[in-house]
Design a binder for this molecule. Sequence first.
Ligand SMILES: [Mn+2]
Length: 365
Amino acid sequence: MGQLYRRLSLDGGRTIVISDVHGNLACLRGLLDKLALAPSDRLILLGDLVERGPESLATLRYALSLRSRCRLWGVLGNWDLWHLWADGTDPKWDEWVRGYLLRRKNTPCRGLVLEMCREAGIELAPDFSMPALKAALRERFAPEFDYLRSLPCLLESEDFVFVHGGLPEGTPPEKADPWQCVKLDGFYASRPHFPKWVVAGHTPVCLYGSDTISAVPIVDKECRVASIDGGCVLKDDGQLNALILENGAIRWDWYDPFPLVRALDRQAPGARSYYIRWGDNRVELLARGEEFCRVRHRRTGYEMDVPTDFLFYRDGALLTTDVTDYRPAVEPGDVLSLVRATSRGAWIKKNGVSGWYEGALEPLP
Ligand SMILES: [Mn+2]
């Protein structure tokens, strides 16, 4: 690994920060097109460029190509960092990577190494030689590995710290622990305060909500924390966010793949709403239906209907993927993103917040 800590200067121009692309090349292209990326822009890729999504290798190569289209910077995320296992001989990492690759071999989103193997014509038998694999990858994919090696764990400018996972409160940026930089889970949950703005990804911002699912970046002026992971790839209704720093102002924009629709009817806001989310998602089945099931959230006792295909068993426990019964106020003419149409109305996003809308919709051209 190269230099863990690096300084940069945000001297004029627009700075765009994007985290957690997770191999979703279509979203990255869509977002940069929407922002009209220009040569004068500074683009900071805030880690977790690869893994989990469908096109890790193509996304990594696209990032390399961005060096000729803007002033490109990056930091490592936890899913980027482990690929530097290819440079080392740590038996612990070798064992973890072997298990990971063999588990993912026959899944649709196989990840960077398995995509590289496919391109290089390398078949992984269960007892494949780890040193031979590492040497073959380093040689054939030298530009890709050089790029990953070149990334620091933290970037610091005059007024900002850019880091994938986060920074423990009170830690000087240049003394931060590399592993915490790349993987500090739930960084913003304790509302840490900092002298400089800390911009982080890694934890989908929706996990900081309690009664609604919001993928909108959190920009907290009191804490000086911006948390920007919109849950692209990892959440069914996720989006790819960009934090935009320009002329001393902080704003944001996003891209998601959902079609835009126009609401034709007024909807009054729901009287209550709740959000069952990852990590606290154990439910009891009250009534089974083909399209929806009535469930009770185990910890709180809250009851709601959830789409039947959201429910799954793990280790004998019934769990749901992230779900809400939130009904936003909608006015005729409001533009919404359509995540899913059902017989009981649509799961939509309004201004980056997910919810249900029961009125009529028309597609936007
Ligand atoms: Mn991460």
